[in-house]
Design a protein around this ligand. Structure first.
Ligand SMILES: Cc1cc2nc3c(=O)[nH]c(=O)nc-3n(C[C@H](O)[C@H](O)[C@H](O)COP(=O)(O)OP(=O)(O)OC[C@H]3O[C@@H](n4cnc5c(N)ncnc54)[C@H](O)[C@@H]3O)c2cc1C
Length: 415
């Protein structure tokens, strides 16, 4: 019944793009509008990991204590720039409020559900559309220097087992045998076979090509500021003098989603969590699979000819500046775990904003004010992983089909 109906998707990141793909498959006429360039938000320079086993949210007393300890350390994995920002203060309070076993479990359930088919869905999409984006399913290593942290990571195993995503423990000797690029100072690692990786900037370029071929209209450099509405229905998305009419609308604006709060009729507790990445040619002695350097929050992703180091979390509003201390910290962190690796020939230094919710779950729900406007935002540190599940779910809801996952955990009214 929806065939030929129009949908306008606001935001051309991975969430908007994959949602467009599934809606187009179901016969919708799709337009994507982006305020900048398609694919150049957080979806551009991230680490490219599909990690459906990252079910635990950041919310934990342990992370709270670590965060407080890091406040005055300029190269710490987490930085909160001191400033008067009531929205950030409220967000931090809500984050702390969710640091309890019950809420962590609720979050883990919701995260696991939306990510459970990520690898299969990406595999199908990439093969079906011949997307050239360095797709590989080789697993990943979570490497520890501290024996205590290494063992503690294992204690979350029971919970992970419950979700069928249990990693394998490798002591130092086994780790050095499996990954000779790793240096001697490590205590051990956990190998997760449920991890795939791809090159996200290439994924976005390829999605743009495929969507355009399929007739999806992509409009760039156009910022949507609100909706023209009739009663509880939006009739058009408004961008300056331009009006884009449609039957349904999807707000997939990532970290910028709260800027549309008034139009949506709700307060989305999403903060921009700034992260950095550095991309360069793959050096000799590079690891062969993605590695998490656990104590530092830094990740290395190797592709055929390049590597990317990424990480750090900075709550500093929409501050676009590249902080050299934090970029250098990525390189130093990796060197501390690897043997004889020399990074050279940096091609790209980048920062982007993760859309961080206070409970680690995305928001996938209808606007409380406008019945035909769906929100699909707040995918935290896992938007690439959650994109196929989210896109599929939104396309099912808009098409009136039975959803493949229960959308309840992602409702707006939980805040
Ligand atoms: C350093 C780093 C590493 C990461 N690594 C991983 C990883 O390995 N795996 C993983 O799963 N996730 C990772 N992430 C998280 C992931 O990148 C994000 O969760 C994901 O990209 C969010 O996608 P999105 O489409 O919601 O947002 P974005 O990609 O930011 O897209 C939102 C788009 O909306 C547009 N927009 C905003 N407002 C408007 C408006 N009013 N009108 C029109 N357009 C608008 C923006 O221009 C932008 O293009 C990482 C993030 C960072 C920063």
């Amino acid at each position: 019944m929806h065939k030929g109906f129009k949908v306008v998707i606001i935001g051309g990141g991975v969430i908007g793009a994959v949602t467009a793909y599934y809606l187009n498959q179901k016969g919708w006429r799709v337009t994507i509008i982006d305020k900048d360039r398609f694919g150049y938000g957080a979806s551009h320079g991230n680490c490219g990991l599909i990690v459906p086993d990252h079910i635990l949210p950041l919310n934990s007393t342990d992370n709270l204590i670590k965060g407080i300890g890091w406040v005055f350390k300029k190269d710490a994995p987490l930085l909160i720039k001191p400033r008067l920002d009531p929205a950030l203060a409220t967000w931090l309070m809500k984050f702390a409020f969710h640091c309890n076993q019950k809420d962590i479990l609720v979050s883990a359930e919701g995260r696991a559900a939306i990510m459970q088919s990520a690898i299969d869905l990406y595999h199908a999409l990439i093969i079906e559309e011949s997307l050239d984006c360095g797709w590989e399913v080789k697993g990943a290593l979570h490497i520890f220097k501290s024996r205590k942290d290494f063992e503690n990571y294992g204690s979350a195993d029971a919970l992970k087992k419950h979700f069928g995503v249990s990693p394998t423990s490798l002591d130092r000797k086994l780790l050095l045998k499996q990954e000779p690029a790793v240096g001697d100072k490590v205590a051990g690692a956990w190998f997760s076979r449920h991890t795939a990786h791809l090159r996200p900037d290439n994924l976005m370029k390829e999605l743009k090509r495929v969507l355009a071929q399929k007739g999806v209209k992509i409009i760039e450099q156009t910022e949507v500021t609100g909706f023209m509405a009739k009663n509880d229905q939006a009739v058009a998305a408004v961008a300056g003098q331009e009006h884009f009419s449609a039957d349904q609308f999807v707000v997939a604006t990532g970290a910028w989603a709260p800027l549309l709060n008034r139009a949506l009729g709700c307060r989305l507790p999403i903060q921009p969590g700034k992260g950095y990445s550095v991309t360069m040619p793959r050096p000799q002695n590079s690891p062969s699979i993605p590695c998490f350097f656990q104590e530092t929050g830094v990740v290395i992703t190797p592709w055929e000819s390049d590597i990317r180091l990424g990480g750090t979390m900075e709550f500093a509003g929409f501050d676009k500046s590249l902080n050299q201390v934090r970029l250098d910290a990525l390189l130093h962190a990796a060197q501390g775990y690897l043997r004889d690796v020399k990074f050279a020939g940096i091609q790209d230094e980048w920062c982007g904003w993760r859309p961080m919710t206070c409970d680690g779950l995305p928001i996938i729900d209808r606007s409380p004010r406008l019945e035909n406007v769906m929100i699909a935002a707040g995918h935290n540190m896992l938007g690439l992983t959650m994109a196929p599940g989210t896109g599929k779910l939104v396309s099912e809801i808009l098409s009136g089909e039975a959803p493949h996952v229960d959308p309840y955990p992602y409702r707006v009214s939980r805040f």
